[in-house]
Design a protein around this ligand. Structure first.
Ligand code: GTQ
Ligand code: FE2
Length: 282
């Protein structure tokens, strides 16, 4: 089994985004707000919510001792953990799922969920939800849990909704290199049918030209740094950054140092409706 590079030493907690979340933390409590989010909306036209047309992403921060009360909604949600000390967890329909750096967790639509920080440092993660798709199709439902607290079971050994970095990183690095990178598609279809999630590993200095395609994608960098070209835009990226790749836009990535990223795409929706199309890979 090839050895993945060791866990990142850089923490998200020192970045400008984390500073903004920390500032929000001084003013907005989890009592006051349902969730403490920094929404990544794309400033195109009059849009003030969507990251891409079908998916929204947001940073979320929770302070030590805080509790984000239980609710449920029809949109599907997922979380990619950036920084978390032991004692941070989310509860999804009673299952207590740990949140540690690099972990990825599902909150399928209509499951009760609440977040806890019983550690001693702020915890940061990235949320992805199909809210824009659900909003456009209109089957939007939201419900607060009566009195805010859902029952909490003990942490399961393994769970279909839980993708710990300790499991996914070795799996990613065991994948073959194709078109200059490794890809691990996560087994999530049975739980979330609107989005497909994969981890990508890039080798330093090897440019990856992705085929232009009709899916909308959001890429979140979990390790390393490099550059991207998305449409007409040149982007320098590093761990903790989020990059939106709208439908039918050309995009290419190159890593400066061994890099890993999570890609969330709406391809399953396009596939089911017969709208998926891509140009040949270069
Ligand atoms: O953590 O439950 O970013 O309901 C947006 C909506 C997070 C959450 C978001 C949500 C949540
Ligand atoms: Fe939620």
């Amino acid at each position: 089994m090839p050895h993945p590079p060791s866990q990142p030493s850089t923490v998200f907690g020192t970045s400008p985004c984390a500073k903004a979340l920390d500032q929000a933390g001084q003013w907005v409590s989890t009592e006051l707000a349902e969730r403490r989010n920094l929404l990544l909306f794309n400033p195109v036209g009059d849009n003030d919510y969507d990251t891409v047309r079908t998916i929204v992403s947001a940073y979320q921060m929770i302070k030590p001792g805080e509790y984000a009360r239980a609710h449920r909604h029809s949109p599907n949600a997922m979380r990619l953990v950036l920084d978390a000390k032991p004692g941070v967890f989310t509860v999804v329909d009673g299952a207590r799922l740990p949140m540690q750096a690099g972990d990825f967790l599902l909150t399928p639509g209509n499951c009760w969920h609440s977040h806890y920080n019983e550690g001693d440092a702020n915890a940061y993660w990235i949320d992805f939800l199909d809210v824009p798709l659900v909003h456009r199709l209109e089957p939007m439902f939201f419900e607060e849990y009566p009195d805010g607290y859902q029952p909490v079971d003990i942490a399961p050994e393994a769970h279909d909704w839980y993708f710990p970095a300790a499991v996914t990183r070795p799996q990613l690095h065991a994948q073959p290199v194709k078109h200059g990178y490794r890809r691990l598609v996560l087994n999530t279809q049975a739980h979330i049918s609107t989005m497909e999630m994969s981890y990508l590993a890039l080798t330093p200095g090897t440019p990856v030209n992705f085929p232009r395609n009709t899916a909308s994608r959001i890429v979140a960098i979990t390790q390393g740094s490099g550059q991207a070209r998305v449409g007409e835009r040149d982007i320098a990226w590093q761990r903790g950054d989020v990059i939106a790749v709208p439908s039918w836009v050309e995009y290419a990535f190159v890593a400066d140092e061994a890099a890993e990223m999570l890609e969330v795409s709406d391809r399953p929706v396009l596939d089911k409706l017969g709208f998926y199309r891509e140009t040949k890979a270069q």
